[in-house]
Write a protein that binds this ligand. Structure first.
Ligand code: SF4
Length: 283
């Protein structure tokens, strides 16, 4: 074996290939309470018509990078943040990358978190103890697989709900901050009974105890039709603040937050209720 071949062989064993579709060097909207660098990974088992990152739902050869080389490119930007968040796409498609990045963050005094749609509970379980924050999507009511399928854009509602339950159960009993999020889609997933069902299921899975320790929150995010993937969603309207507050109340959980343009990234429902909601409803 020539030295070149030997070098290639060694590199293929020790160099870690990762998939990265993009980086936001400084975000105040992705890691509650901390400025963060956000890494976007490609690919997702879902095809949500409302997806804002639909351009990266397919992994492409140009997304492939080498881990250390990638880190050296973002090293300067890392000096300006307190946290690293992996978003996507679906980050749990890449467990080895998440593990390695979490080690790097721990060694460099950075907080580490990732987003997930909850479809890979075994990966989430493997990462418990290595991660500070997990933001997990609940797309719709747990008792309506047909609605869930519609919101995730693939006929996997029942399986997605079952795997999501397993993910949430593990997260609520783990040592990690859990931010559960639902994007409110007017006339689709926002009925009072939907919200109540989400609240009841989260409570059964262990949310309340975790929230009372200030280790969990539930955030209602507004739909952003202009950024959505599919025309059917682009034609929709944003939910009003009044609708979001009402939905938040129907959930019936502690530590509910609203995320809405012109209002804030994460505004506590209790604080909003103390104000005159109609006056704040700018859209
Ligand atoms: S789960 Fe997230 S990344 Fe995947 S399609 Fe839905 S919104 Fe997009």
């Amino acid at each position: 074996m020539s030295f070149k071949d030997f070098e290639l062989k060694i590199n293929s064993v020790f160099l870690m290939r990762i998939m990265v579709a993009g980086v936001a060097e400084l975000s105040f909207m992705d890691y509650p309470g901390s400025p963060a660098l956000v890494i976007f990974v490609p690919g997702c088992p879902f095809q949500c018509p409302m997806c804002q990152n639909w351009r990266i739902l397919e992994a492409k050869p140009e997304h492939e990078k080498e881990f250390d080389e990638f880190l050296s490119k973002i090293r300067v930007a890392l000096g300006a943040v307190d946290a690293v968040k992996v978003s996507g796409g679906e980050p749990t498609l890449y467990p080895e990358f998440l593990l390695k990045l979490s080690e790097f963050c721990r060694d460099h005094g950075l907080l580490f978190g990732f987003d997930t749609n909850g479809y890979f509970p075994d990966v989430v379980k493997r990462l418990l103890g290595q991660v500070d924050l997990v933001s997990v999507d609940v797309k719709a009511a747990f008792n309506d697989p047909a609605l869930y399928s519609r919101v995730i854009g693939v006929e996997m509602g029942e399986e997605a709900i079952s795997r999501l339950r397993e993910t949430l159960k593990a997260l609520f009993s783990g040592n990690v901050y859990v931010d559960v999020r639902t994007t409110l889609i007017p006339t689709v997933n926002d009925k009072e009974e939907h919200m109540k069902n989400i609240g009841e299921n989260l409570a059964r899975l262990g949310y309340v105890g975790k929230a009372l320790k200030e280790e969990a929150s539930y955030t209602l995010q507004e739909l952003e039709p202009n950024l959505a993937w599919k025309d059917e969603v682009r034609r929709m309207r944003r939910p009003t603040l009044e609708e979001m507050v009402k939905a938040g109340e129907s959930v019936g959980l502690p530590r509910v937050y609203i995320r809405k343009a012109n209002v804030g990234f994460m505004v506590r429902l209790d604080d909003l209720k103390r104000q005159e909601v109609r006056k704040l409803d700018l859209i």
